[in-house]
Write a protein that binds this ligand. Structure first.
Ligand code: AMP
Length: 281
């Protein structure tokens, strides 16, 4: 590992909070991009944005076990640190990479657990028990350690962005900036989980997302949009042999179910060959 680190002149790699704090001390305009690795163009777009508006960009790579409600999902989550470092180095836009161990992030694991309000237990929060509690917990620690001026997160994980923004607003002087979803040419949103899909599955994911893009145009003309989506949902499940957890139109500012297209997005989560994919349009 150390021999690998030496080949990167541009980026400084930090393995614990003490060295990170020391390295970041001279700077006061820090952009932060938290990731779980398996770096792709979606992550790179956040880094690019940070690089445009901040003096220094910090990227973290930490697969947070607390946010996995399923052990198998955690075990099979794609990991390739060497490839990640090479990709990040190539951008020439990353100044620091923080690759902590669990105990570095959760030094005081006894602090009271973050709780999600009952009204927020919708979409992914309804299906992934304790997932967002784990996300908010890690974002709390990371923000406290990195002390960034700005955090860049993807709209691809819209509910995560929504909850993190709300949570950090009251606690830190940090701005959370949402960045648009980067897609493949075939319209599939870039995701680390795509690495777990076969070519065939990816082709099917492309057919499904195109259907949903079209569906968004169709529901404009439907009176009861969410009722119509329920019917479409079961048709899609049968047609593509997939399990859809939700297919809902929601308001982007409060995530309440919406009956109008204005300020609303179509949210979807589904399993394709055992891999859980989410998107919003
Ligand atoms: P992850 O490594 O999956 O936890 O993602 C780290 C960050 O990258 C999160 O803020 C995600 O929302 C963002 N992200 C993931 N996929 C995309 C994408 N296709 N386009 C833009 N941002 C993304």
């Amino acid at each position: 590992m150390f021999y690998l680190f030496k080949t990167f002149t541009q980026m400084k790699i930090l393995l614990n909070r003490t060295s990170l704090t020391k390295s970041l001390a001279p700077f006061n305009d820090i952009g932060f991009v938290p990731t779980m690795g398996a770096i792709h163009k979606g992550h790179l777009s956040l880094i690019n944005r940070s690089n445009q508006v901040c003096m220094k960009t910090v990227v973290s790579i930490f697969v947070n076990p607390k946010q996995f409600n399923n052990k198998k999902d955690f075990k099979t989550y794609p990991k390739n640190i060497k490839k990640d470092l090479r990709l990040l180095n190539k951008t020439k836009q990353v100044d620091f990479i923080y690759i902590p161990k669990f105990r570095d992030i959760f030094i005081n694991n006894k602090k009271p657990k973050v709780k999600i309000k009952k009204k927020d237990k919708i979409l992914c929060a309804k299906f992934r028990k304790d997932h967002f509690e784990g996300v908010l917990d890690v974002m709390d620690s990371l923000t406290n350690i990195v002390k960034p001026n700005k955090i860049f997160m993807g709209e691809k994980d819209f509910q995560q962005l929504f909850l993190v923004k709300k949570f950090l607003k009251n606690k830190y002087n940090t701005e959370v900036i949402g960045c648009k979803t980067i897609r493949e040419k075939n319209k599939v949103a870039l995701s680390s989980r795509n690495y777990l899909l076969s070519e065939e599955n990816l082709a099917l994911a492309s057919v499904i997302i195109r259907k949903l893009i079209n569906l968004k145009k169709i529901i404009k003309f439907k009176k009861n949009k969410n009722r119509y989506l329920k019917t479409v949902r079961s048709d899609l499940e049968k047609k593509f042999n997939i399990n859809i957890e939700y297919l809902e139109l929601r308001n982007i500012y409060n995530l309440k179910l919406s009956s109008v297209m204005n300020k609303s997005r179509l949210f979807v989560a589904y399993y394709l060959n055992g891999v859980r994919l989410i998107d919003n349009l």
